[in-house]
Design a protein around this ligand. Structure first.
Ligand code: SF4
Ligand code: SF4
Ligand code: SF4
Length: 386
């Protein structure tokens, strides 16, 4: 029998990543030729959900041979699986957010079962990132992820009469001051069927890259998944189920630690909420290291600073993930905090952590995300800046 070479470049294209020697090494380490042929059946990340029967038919192989391969790929985070009734479907992961996040979130499995593969993924990914290829890949006028402001900060804004919460079923008249459902973390949590928390892949990845030494002291077990994503990581044993109350507490703890809430750039139910730090997060690093403002969409809010309420404790300058805040004229009567709005991503970490209520997050923009992932992917491709 003549063995056909696997087209790893086409797999990368389907996953939506720029081809490079690092990606080739990662894909070759992760996927056997047999598994790669399965990936080639998909048109793009999350675009199609195929059953084992369909995959077996396409490959002209018996289902008894294909099903265990798919189950093993799902168990080892090489493919996404979702159960609906009696049926399990499989989808292709994008590299980000998808394969990278779930693979490194289940680092204990990877370390125990395939240390060499984990090492290749860690080091080749870091090289790929440092070449600026993740940044180029994500440089679209429509980023796939967006920042959002913590619920407590939003409620503080409302309490100060600077915005009003709009419920899911309410009609919107003026977008500017209305705080829409997709801007309210509480609604994500309330509407979720199931919620889980897992380890943050970016911090774990950097820890492996750093030979086991954590890069910072930010909390790690704060990445939240919803519904089918929560089903997946709970069933695969690396996600822990959360009650709605625990989920809200997790978000608050993350904001208190100076982490930035991010999620899919859509208005429909998102599959996850990330809590990102400035040193390890592939998006926040992308903004700072490669000056790529499109690594993640900023929120519709900007901070308003009230000098009279400020006690110049510098908590905000210390925590701002974009290093956008600075104490000016610290020794003089005119001392004040200056905010570089061009660098600000509207995360509200400064407002959350200001003990003296000197900062309010105020809605300044009216960007409305795409409704769902398919629409977001189309807008993302159309908006590519390369
Ligand atoms: S840093 Fe952010 S994007 Fe990266 S895995 Fe952690 S929570 Fe998710
Ligand atoms: S955290 Fe608040 S009080 Fe402290 S310096 Fe910043 S704005 Fe002023
Ligand atoms: S100034 Fe910094 S902490 Fe405050 S909203 Fe902007 S980026 Fe976030």
């Amino acid at each position: 029998m003549i063995k056909m070479a696997v087209n790893y470049e086409l797999i990368a294209k389907k996953m939506g990543v720029i081809w490079s020697e690092e990606i080739e090494k990662i894909l070759k380490a992760l996927y056997t030729p047999e598994e790669s042929k399965i990936l080639l059946l998909f048109s793009g990340p999350y675009m199609d959900r195929l059953t084992a029967a369909k995959i077996a038919k396409e490959l002209k192989r018996p289902i008894e041979k294909i099903e265990p391969i798919l189950e093993e790929m799902a168990r080892t985070q090489r493919i996404f699986s979702a159960k609906g009734g009696d049926e399990t479907t499989y989808s292709l992961f994008p590299l980000l957010p998808g394969l990278f996040e779930l693979y490194f979130a289940n680092h204990e499995r990877a370390l125990k079962e395939e240390e060499e593969v984990l090492k290749i993924f860690t080091e080749e990914y870091e090289k790929y990132f440092n070449k600026g290829l993740v940044s180029i890949n994500s440089n679209s006028a429509y980023p796939m992820m967006r920042v959002f402001v913590d619920q407590e900060v939003i409620e503080d804004t409302v309490g100060r009469g600077k915005g009003k919460l709009v419920d899911v079923n309410q009609e919107v008249e003026m977008v500017k001051n209305d705080i829409l459902p997709f801007e309210q973390a509480k609604l994500y949590i309330e509407q979720a069927r199931r919620i889980s928390v897992m380890d943050c892949a970016c911090r774990i990845h950097m820890k492996f890259h750093n030979e086991g030494v954590p890069v910072n002291e930010y909390p790690i077990n704060v990445c939240m998944n919803f519904n089918t994503w929560a089903d997946y990581d709970i069933e695969q044993g690396f996600g822990r189920e959360l009650t709605k109350e625990e989920a809200l507490k997790t978000l608050t703890a993350a904001a208190k630690a100076g982490l930035v809430h991010t999620t899919q750039n859509i208005t429909e139910k998102s599959m996850f909420i990330c809590n990102c730090d400035r040193d390890c997060c592939v998006m926040l690093r992308g903004i700072r290291q490669f000056n790529n403002p499109n690594a993640v969409a900023s929120s519709n809010f900007l901070p308003e600073y009230e000098r009279d309420d400020c006690v110049f404790c510098e908590k905000c300058t210390e925590l701002c993930p974009m290093y956008a805040m600075e104490l000016i004229d610290g020794e003089s009567e005119n001392k004040r905090i200056e905010i570089n709005i061009d660098r600000c991503i509207g995360c509200g970490v400064c407002a959350f952590n200001c003990q003296n209520e000197a900062i309010t997050m105020v809605k300044k923009f009216a960007k409305i995300p795409a409704e769902n992932m398919r629409e977001a992917a189309i807008r993302n491709i159309k908006g590519k800046i390369n």
